[in-house]
Ligand binder design. Structure first.
Ligand code: ADQ
Length: 458
């Protein structure tokens, strides 16, 4: 069996005590790396000028990390990845910054990663590159003579052609994808946008899954990522999940809990969500005092100004809403700026009558799937989901909303609160079936099968 070599911006190191706490993606990759005796490469998250590769083996998984210099982190990670590609790929042209230094730093770090990894590759290794930080990695490895099968998976949306052309180096960037054997997207919609670009902008030819451009044929597929549903459901029986559930029920004092869980990111639609919730408070006076919103949103990427701005804006907005509507024994929004363990989240999801997941744009959104997994089959809550989350392609029985419309959000909350048990069960069942059959192990096997099915590169 070929070894699996995973390359991603950040590497998770397994902890043997509680691997499940590290997220479905990491757990699934650990299992594959163990089985295929692979290595997971990436940035250590540390800054230094050393380019030494640090190998570690924990719980049977080998990881290899390098440090980056402060300048590299600024240009590659905070710069091109998070100030240029992230906003643009999430349809935020207005927020995308285009600096030559960022682009140069991005290329340089990708070359450092390629140079470092190349020395450790064996000829039959399967190489799997992840996400927007490393788009040109395949081409960089090919330029260094690597003939292995190389796959790429994009965790975020692929933007429509007209948006993408606002990126100064769009053509070079897309052309680098033709160095891979398999390119995976979360949804059919992002795959369609990719097809549109390569067909109409590059003049490539498309034949089913295969795309040919300048003599190279790649396979481009939609391969939606899932959660480890079985593990997530099992974790609901843990002491931590049960005690969190009880704590939520007690502290709710008979009110219905609406929950939102997101990284604090402008793509998650938190301001619009608060505005929609305020519309509900405003238009459903009696009912409104019988619910509250728990929004969990730990800050991320705080080196980037737009993330500091959104944090300030949300502090102000939640304060204003609470100031205007709270009573002596009730606040409409409990706003918590820290992350929680997965078992704790499981207990919270289970106690929540509504999961309010309304990103403006999201590659997939695993929180929506976790919310579904955590529900009581006999008395499930209602998922209100943005039509612009990748997950909406699979979770069609959710109440799908336009996250930009405060009225839409307010009406969906009202409808969810009124929804009879029979309808809640009828909607929840097919969603649960979907996340159970198309879980993270299905996703991983599907992508790897596609790579194995490709002919060896000449
Ligand atoms: P993210 O943008 O981070 O991921 P998401 O898929 O919602 O978004 O979350 C990933 C994981 O982080 C989930 O397991 C979730 O429980 C956890 N998480 C999120 N908010 C949390 C919080 N407040 N506290 C604790 N844990 C939290 C990117 C893309 C997504 C895509 C994933 C996977 O942006 O669209 O679904 O990768 O491909």
């Amino acid at each position: 069996m070929s070894r699996l070599i995973v390359i991603s911006n950040r590497v998770q190191v397994p902890r043997s005590d509680d691997e499940g706490a590290q997220g479905g993606l990491a757990t699934a990759l650990f299992a594959a790396l163990r089985k295929q005796k692979g290595i997971w490469f990436g940035w250590s998250g540390e800054t230094s000028d050393s380019k030494e590769l640090h190998f570690e083996t924990n719980a049977g998984v080998t990881t290899a990390t390098i440090d980056l210099s402060e300048q590299e982190v600024e240009e590659y990670y905070n710069g091109y990845a998070n100030r240029t590609l992230w906003p643009l790929f999430h349809y935020r042209l207005d927020m995308a910054e285009h600096e030559r230094d960022y682009q140069g730093g991005y290329r340089r770090v990708n070359e450092i990663v390629g140079d470092t990894i190349k020395a450790h590759l064996r000829s039959d290794d399967l190489v799997w590159v992840h996400d927007y930080h490393l788009i040109p990695q395949g081409e960089i490895l090919r330029a260094r003579g690597v003939r292995n099968k190389i796959g790429f998976f994009l965790h975020i949306p692929w933007p429509p052609m007209r948006l993408l052309t606002a990126l100064p180096q769009h053509r070079q960037l897309v052309e680098t994808l033709f160095a891979y054997d398999v390119v995976g997207f979360q949804t059919e919609e992002w795959l369609d946008s990719f097809h549109d670009y390569v067909l109409n902008h590059l003049g490539a030819t498309i034949d089913g899954d295969e795309i040919t451009y300048k003599g190279r044929t790649i396979r481009a597929i939609a391969c939606p990522i899932g959660i480890d549903t079985t593990e997530f459901v099992e974790a609901l029986s843990s002491d931590e999940a049960i005690s969190t559930y009880k704590r939520m029920v007690e502290s709710s004092a008979g009110r219905d809990l609406i929950v939102g869980v997101d990284r604090l990111d402008y793509s998650k639609g938190l301001q619009e969500r608060f505005t929609g919730y305020e519309r509900f408070l405003n238009t459903h006076g009696e009912r409104a005092a019988k619910v509250y919103l728990l929004q969990i949103a730990p800050p991320t990427r705080e080196a980037v100004q737009s993330y500091r701005d959104i944090r300030m804006a949300l502090n102000a907005q939640s304060g204003l809403i609470n100031g205007a509507y709270a009573d002596i024994d009730w606040v409409p929004i409990r706003y918590v700026n820290r992350g929680m363990s997965r078992s704790t989240l499981g207990g919270i999801y289970r106690a929540a009558r509504i999961g309010l997941i309304t990103p403006l744009r999201d590659g997939m959104n695993l929180v929506a799937k976790e919310y579904v997994a955590a529900q009581d089959p006999d008395d499930p809550g209602v998922l209100i989901l943005s039509q612009f989350a990748g997950a909406a392609e699979q979770l069609k029985e959710a109440l799908l909303v336009n996250p930009y419309s405060a009225d839409d959000l307010s009406e969906a909350i009202e409808r969810a609160l009124r929804m009879p048990r029979d309808e809640r069960i009828a909607r929840w069942k097919p969603m649960f079936e979907c996340i159970k059959s198309q879980d993270v192990n299905w996703w991983l096997a599907r992508f790897i099968d596609h790579m194995n099915a490709r002919p060896a590169s000449s």
